[in-house]
Design a binder for this molecule. Structure first.
Ligand SMILES: Nc1nc2c(ncn2[C@@H]2O[C@H](COP(=O)(O)OP(=O)(O)OP(=O)(O)O)[C@@H](O)[C@H]2O)c(=O)[nH]1
Ligand SMILES: [Mg+2]
Length: 255
């Protein structure tokens, strides 16, 4: 089965841009990928999807047909998407491609925490899936926000139990010092705990430390890759991760 790669993350974390830049990068390397948009609310996409949920389920049409505001419509749209799952799977299967790059809705909670999404992912292909989870670089600059962003990532991971890569996105927006600091936390949990302790010893610091100690000792998330859709940093690393997961590190034959 052709690998399905879901790009997941909080609103504005750079999912659609990464789908676009990763697809372009693959094309430049003579690898082949198709793009699937599963965000019914996307108003603008930086790429033209090969398959687009908005052709049958769009936020605008759901708002009109069900007389709902944008939030209620998002929920109805997420559930309507299941009815489209078989059709989308058939469309996906009609392509001969190396990778299927799947863009997910802006509202992370809609994709991550509603059972419709796990059903959708299963129907689209239960065997060859992975999640590329974007940690928005704007949201990981302090030790507390870095920790809470990783907790959110872990929470998403427990919903899907799929191979999972965390990517710190939009790294071109980080100052060199900020980037170095995040890289230190990424490599070494103790550095993160030291920096957490340097903050005032409030209950949330103690709580963060306690959860970190137990969860990170299992190395659940592994190290994050730093990526930027602007500078193309990390795109090759993402590709290498995917190749390892799906093909045990063998390079794809160039087309
Ligand atoms: N500088 C910079 N800006 C980026 C990068 N990736 C995305 N952006 C910008 O961040 C904003 C959000 O990017 P999107 O790709 O739409 O993010 P998204 O996660 O798909 O957003 P939603 O689907 O609305 O949740 C846009 O203004 C992008 O131009 C990046 O790597 N570098
Ligand atoms: Mg998007």
């Amino acid at each position: 089965m052709i690998p399905r790669v879901y790009f997941v993350g909080t609103a504005g974390s750079g999912k659609s841009s990464l789908v676009n830049s990763f697809k372009e990068w693959m094309e430049n390397m003579n690898y082949d990928a198709i793009t699937v948009n599963l965000d019914p609310g996307a108003e603008f996409l930086p790429y033209t999807p090969d398959i687009d949920i908005r052709e049958t389920v769009s936020l605008e049409s759901v708002m009109q047909n069900y007389n709902l505001g944008p939030n209620g419509a998002q929920i109805v749209a997420a559930d309507l998407m299941i009815q489209e799952a078989e059709r989308i799977k058939e469309l996906i299967d009609s392509y001969d491609s190396d990778y299927i790059l799947i863009d997910t809705p802006g509202q992370l909670e809609l994709f991550a925490f509603r059972s419709s999404s796990t059903q959708l992912v299963d129907t689209l292909g239960a065997e060859s899936n992975t999640i590329v989870y974007l940690l928005d670089s704007v949201l990981v600059k302090t030790p507390e926000s870095y920790v809470s962003s990783r907790f959110l990532a872990m929470s998403v991971m427990t919903r899907f139990y799929l191979p999972f890569l965390t990517v710190v996105s939009k790294t071109d927006l980080l100052e060199p010092e900020e980037k170095k600091r995040i890289a230190r936390w990424n490599r070494n949990k103790n550095e993160l705990i030291t920096d957490l302790r340097a903050q005032s010893a409030t209950l949330n610091v103690q709580l963060s430390e306690a959860i970190l100690e137990s969860s990170e000792s299992l190395n659940i998330l592994g190290e994050s890759i730093f990526s930027s859709s602007e500078s193309e940093e990390g795109l090759e690393d993402i590709y290498n991760f995917l190749q390892k997961i799906f093909f045990g590190s063998d390079d794809l034959e160039k087309r």
